[in-house]
Design a protein around this ligand. Structure first.
Ligand code: AMP
Ligand code: MN
Ligand code: MN
Ligand code: MN
Length: 293
């Protein structure tokens, strides 16, 4: 399947101004529709605050777009920051709300510590700067990156992470995120499916990546992202093979954060043969009267 035919395009990973995305929920759903996305998941970092505004705008404008309620949860596993996407969660579920409140507090605390470290390194004002850029949304390292670029400390987001925000650098603070099994648990409790986000982006060796996927599957995780718009073709094939090996459904998403030349909503999102889309978990298969999962 390619993204040039008329099949529904699923984009199950995207961000808004509720975390480190640059578009408001309203702008995002319009852009998704323009890009011919038929099913969009909004998956902000540790928050679902964009969802109601996105739902309201889809209804108001009559957009033919299915919105999947999502969230991207930051976890810590074997000293690696692993992101777990929850899809189709009940955003009102008390367990999820309480859990996301705790993650928010962890985020705030870490952001303050990042700012303190930058202050000690003769870069004052980072807390106020990042907070202002977050405009009331969750404060992420991406906001610190934008602040540091505005201060002339680096030219690019990648460069600023390398110099200040990556592990071991001046502004790095080891995070206190929840564990993978806690993330899976709260996603399941709130009715959702748990997905390993961008498995190719953790700089894990094949051995460690397999260990992660085996652990995730053992904890009852449901799916893993296989397709992103920016990846080598062999990575997609390799990830699809892992999905089959570990009995996981496959997901696909742009991880869109804002307009840029190389990442776009819905772009190049298709799954290799042999894996099943995670949406089979909530959509009845067209060829069968039964639900697939
Ligand atoms: P946080 O959840 O606060 O650790 O922030 C992580 C976010 O920062 C990610 O979701 C990305 O949007 C961004 N980010 C992390 N590492 C990089 C990088 N090397 N280059 C560009 N953006 C990055
Ligand atoms: Mn992000
Ligand atoms: Mn992520
Ligand atoms: Mn993301």
């Amino acid at each position: 399947m390619s993204d040039t035919n008329f099949a529904v395009i699923y984009d199950l990973h995207s961000h808004t101004t509720a975390s480190d995305g640059l578009l408001s929920p309203e702008e995002l759903v319009h852009r998704a529709h323009e890009m011919r996305v038929g099913t969009l998941a909004i998956t902000d970092h540790d928050t679902t605050e964009a969802i109601p505004a996105a739902q309201a705008e889809i209804a108001r404008a009559g957009l033919p777009l299915t919105l999947i309620t999502g969230v991207e949860i930051s976890t810590l596993w074997e000293n690696h920051e692993i992101h777990i996407v929850g899809l189709n969660v009940d955003i009102q579920h008390p367990a999820l709300c309480q859990f996301l409140d705790e993650q928010k507090q962890r985020r705030q605390l870490r952001a303050q510590m990042i700012a303190e470290r930058l202050d000690k390194a003769q870069i004052p004002g980072a807390w106020e700067g990042a907070l202002a850029l977050a405009e009331g949304g969750a404060v992420t390292r991406a906001h610190f990156a934008r602040f540091l670029i505005a201060q002339g400390k680096a030219d690019t987001i990648g460069g600023v992470f390398k110099k200040y925000l990556a592990r071991g650098k001046t502004g790095y603070v080891p995070p206190q995120w929840c564990t993978i099994d806690q993330a899976i648990d709260v996603i399941h409790h709130s009715g959702g499916k748990a997905v390993v986000a961008h498995p190719g982006r953790y700089n894990l060796s094949a051995k460690w990546l397999k260990r992660l996927l085996a652990y995730f599957a053992q904890c009852g995780g449901d799916a893993m992202e296989v397709a992103q718009c920016q990846q080598a073709p062999d990575e997609r094939t390799q990830l699809a093979a892992y999905a089959q090996q570990y009995g996981l459904l496959a997901s696909q998403g742009s991880d869109f954060h804002g307009p840029c030349p190389w990442i776009e909503l819905g772009r190049k999102l298709w799954l290799p043969a042999g894996v099943e889309g995670v949406w089979k978990a909530w959509e009845p298969s067209p060829n069968s009267k039964e639900r697939a999962v």
